[in-house]
Design a binder for this molecule. Structure first.
Ligand SMILES: Nc1ncnc2c1ncn2[C@@H]1O[C@H](COP(=O)(O)OP(=O)(O)O)[C@@H](O)[C@H]1O
Ligand SMILES: [Mg+2]
Length: 321
């Protein structure tokens, strides 16, 4: 099986409190060096609380943010900014907020034409034919093409956002909370559409969400992100039912219902650690009932067990509970 994505030691830090002279006051490590591969045709879910680094990761993958360290390979080619068009044809980003991600001053036709012209140098007739084809695939009426983004509902706007990503003919879509801004009834329609499109066009998805039930329903595999680091990776069928990392177990326990986003239970330490003074050891140690001195002093590395489950924990939960 071929690889759609390979991330090696990929990290991103932001300088905060920049001064005119001298170094910045502090660095926020939004994404800690991480390693991950996504197989062609797979849907990899990325789940984690707000602020854990999901969007930062996603934006690096499409070249919207330069990484601080590491490497991104897309279908075997190392992502660099030398040829944005080359990567635009391979990987595209679908934004969380569908309406504000579309240029308000452009008609839908103008928005749809940009990738066709820029990435594929299509002439007018070819562009029209291609837009016709994509609009049929995402169940949008062609009369919408002459309207402006604000005239659409959230669900329609997200279909347009997806259509724009497909216009680039990218085979990999980075879906950053694609249904989080939509009503629950509309969420299901968009999720079904994404499933159909995946089948029709043979797409690979990286599906980001803070909604456990959504991620579980759409993914083949899931990576759990905490404080900028992957704490566990496993099959969607297994990972929550049989969590090895205590944080994964906490997520599973805190989101039992469909459509319910992650809410941390009322415990003493429910907040993410302070990004400006990150804990020395495991970032989860203050919220963890199993933490030992070692967890407070040393960061556990992500290691894969004999079943293929990967987790970063010195005291993992037992396999069958
Ligand atoms: N441009 C930026 N400058 C400084 N800090 C940032 C910037 N973008 C994101 N961050 C910080 O990085 C962390 C991860 O943010 P983000 O990737 O948006 O998380 P998520 O998408 O999971 O909610 C947060 O602590 C956030 O405040
Ligand atoms: Mg985000």
């Amino acid at each position: 099986m071929s690889e759609a994505l390979r991330l090696t030691d990929l990290s991103k830090s932001f300088a905060v409190g920049k001064r005119l002279f001298g170094p910045p006051k502090a660095m926020v490590h939004a994404v800690q060096p991480l390693n991950l591969t996504v197989t062609t045709g797979e849907t990899l879910g990325i789940v984690g609380e707000s602020g854990c680094g999901k969007s930062t990761l996603a934006k690096m993958l499409v070249g919207l943010l330069p990484p601080s360290t590491g490497q991104i390979e897309i279908e075997g080619a190392v992502l660099d900014n030398a040829d944005p068009a080359l990567f635009g044809k391979r990987i595209q980003y679908v934004f969380q907020d569908p309406i504000s991600s579309l240029n308000p001053r452009k008609t839908i036709r103008q928005i749809m034409e940009v990738p066709l012209r820029r990435l594929h140098q299509m002439d007018k007739a070819t562009r029209a034919a291609r837009i016709h084809e994509i609009f049929a695939a995402v169940n949008l009426r062609e009369e919408f093409l002459d309207r402006y983004p604000h005239e659409f509902s959230g669900g329609q706007a997200q279909r347009i956002g997806i259509a724009r990503a497909l216009a680039a003919q990218a085979r990999i879509l980075i879906l950053d909370e694609p249904v989080s801004a939509l009503d629950v009834s509309v969420q299901a329609q968009v999720l079904n559409l994404l499933a159909d499109l995946k089948e029709t066009f043979g797409l690979t998805y990286l599906f980001i969400s803070h909604d456990l039930a959504v991620v579980e329903a759409v993914s083949d595999r899931i990576a759990v992100l905490y404080f900028g680091a992957i704490v566990e990776v496993g099959s969607a069928r297994e990972i929550f039912a049989n969590a090895r990392h205590p944080y994964t177990a906490l997520l599973a326990a805190s989101a039992p219902e469909v459509g319910r986003p992650i809410v941390a239970p009322e415990t003493a330490a429910t907040e993410l650690p302070d990004p400006l003074s990150p804990p020395l050891g495991c970032a989860f140690n203050e919220r963890c009932g199993f933490a030992t001195d070692r967890c407070r002093a040393e960061k556990p590395a992500l290691t894969t067990d004999e079943t293929g489950r990967a987790f970063a924990c010195f005291n993992p939960l037992s396999k069958e509970r």
